[in-house]
Write a protein that binds this ligand. Structure first.
Ligand code: CMC
Length: 435
């Protein structure tokens, strides 16, 4: 990656009577950054920013979010245009390569992804070690990590061809793995990929086809699935992506770094929110119980939060949530389940929360997970599978960001500092002399 930040002035940092000059850098969009790289060397102090609320961890040219305006761009293209006019594999190409493919490039790319969808048959043995009731994310974390054992040459991250191949393989094999996770959990035989189908169609078929009856592909559902994948493809330096970058910064195997990302995504504050959100909508159950849950969300002494609301970066409507809402209506219309209690609760909850002072003042808007669970549930996925689908879609973001980092000449192993507040240095006391 060619570093492209531009000088944009100097910040003065004052400490104990001394002033230090720190470079200010600008990017294409977004706030400028103060480069504190030399601060410790110059002034002998660290900065403290738990949760990285004010700290940029890297330069990136992949995705841009303006949380105040509710803007999300991939390589400069707005997410609503990509979700409306592009397809997931084209977005994968864009994220990986920095530009939209021409027809020939797309054909080659799509073909290559299709050719790598099969798993080594030994991989299936891993599943047998899991209990059937294992959480699907536990199985996915384990099996993505296990894939690294099958591709030792991918460890050579200095070789661009190895990196390209690892990216293709991960994107291609993730649907096969995710579908196997689902099939294993319900005790049905695995379904192998079918190359004549699109990425989303193939995934749906691997999940829902059974030996006794093939899966009838609905274009509305496969389009919705493809859109779900696009909307979750990348989201700049979120927790799981930062985890992949951090794991990869040591030179770890790329599949192992992605497995670390899968593990991080699992949590309910991140990818697990779609599962938690649908569970919450079921728990609310009926419209008349909404005020009770809104009050609980506002109560400082109650740990309950309205799942699917709020975001670290978006202080406006999540642009992905808008597309998800429209897609939810299309899917429910297609399936003829328009007036489900869950959808009624979701729509009313959204309306009430958007007018409530607490949510307005704290700028808590629906995020992507608010409607995605409704779509996946209507399609027939159990809630425990929701985060697996998020992981599948996010794989391209993880590998694009990992590759970008490995290509960055300023890249070093990620190694945060700390402020130590533990015991001061003291002498060891043998056990016989301890009171
Ligand atoms: N319900 C009620 N109050 C909330 C909520 C919520 N969903 N989200 C934030 N708040 C309050 C929070 O209590 C805090 O109040 P105060 O300032 O009085 O202490 C204030 O809003 C700021 O919240 P925060 O926890 O400091 O914000 P954060 O940036 O650390 O957390 C978040 C962001 C997404 C973890 C949080 O909004 C949340 O827990 N939301 C519910 C879970 C969820 O939907 N997560 C999916 C995120 S989108 C998918 C993804 O990108 O992974």
């Amino acid at each position: 990656m060619e570093n492209k930040t531009k000088p944009a002035g100097t910040a003065k940092f004052e400490l104990e009577g001394k002033t230090y000059d720190l470079p200010v850098l600008s990017g294409t969009h977004g706030p400028n950054v103060v480069d504190i790289n030399s601060l410790y060397k110059q002034a002998g102090v660290f900065t403290l920013d738990p949760g990285f609320t004010s700290t940029a961890s890297c330069e990136s040219q992949i995705t841009f979010i303006d949380g105040n305006e509710g803007i999300l761009l991939h390589r400069g293209y707005p997410i609503d245009q990509l979700a409306g006019q592009s397809g997931y594999l084209e977005v994968c190409y864009l994220l990986l390569n920095g530009k939209l493919p021409n027809q020939a490039e797309f054909k080659t790319f799509a073909r290559e992804i299709t050719e790598h969808t099969l798993l080594h048959t030994q991989m299936d043995r891993f599943f047998e070690g899991f209990r059937r009731d294992s959480h699907p994310m536990a199985m996915l974390t384990g099996t993505v990590g296990a894939l690294s054992a099958f591709y030792p040459s991918s460890m050579d991250s200095a070789d661009p061809e190895e990196r390209r191949l690892a990216s293709i393989r991960l994107i291609a094999k993730m649907p096969t793995l995710a579908a196997r996770v689902y099939k294993y959990s319900i005790g049905q035989p695995f379904v192998n990929p079918l190359n004549e189908l699109s990425y989303a169609e193939n995934f749906l078929r691997m999940c829902f086809s059974v030996p006794a009856e093939d899966y009838k592909i609905s274009s509305t559902l496969s389009k919705a699935m493809d859109r779900f994948f696009i909307l979750h493809a990348d989201h700049e330096q979120n927790a799981s992506t930062s985890t992949v970058r951090l794991a990869g910064s040591s030179g770890a195997h790329p599949y192992a770094a992605v497995a670390a990302g899968v593990a991080c995504l699992w949590g309910p504050s991140h990818g697990g929110a779609n599962e938690a959100c649908l569970n919450m909508l079921h728990e609310i159950g009926t419209i008349d119980r909404i005020p009770e849950f809104i009050e609980r969300a506002k109560d400082k002494d109650d740990p309950f939060r309205l799942m699917g609301f709020g975001h670290r970066v978006y202080k406006n409507y999540d642009p992905r949530a808008k597309v998800m809402q429209q897609t939810a209506h299309e899917v429910l219309d297609e399936l003829g389940v328009r007036d489900t209690p869950v959808l009624k609760v979701a729509m009313e909850l959204e309306k009430i929360a958007l007018e409530d002072d607490y949510f307005v003042q704290k700028k808590l808007y629906p995020n992507v997970d608010f409607y995605s669970g409704i779509i996946l549930d209507a399609m027939g996925f159990p809630t425990e599978m929701f985060t697996v689908l998020f992981a599948l879609a996010r794989t391209v973001g993880w590998v694009s960001q990992l590759n970008e980092m490995l290509d960055d000449p300023t890249q070093r192993i990620g190694r945060p500092r700390q402020i130590y507040t533990g015991e001061a240095m003291r002498d060891f006391v043998p056990v016989s002399q301890r009171s």
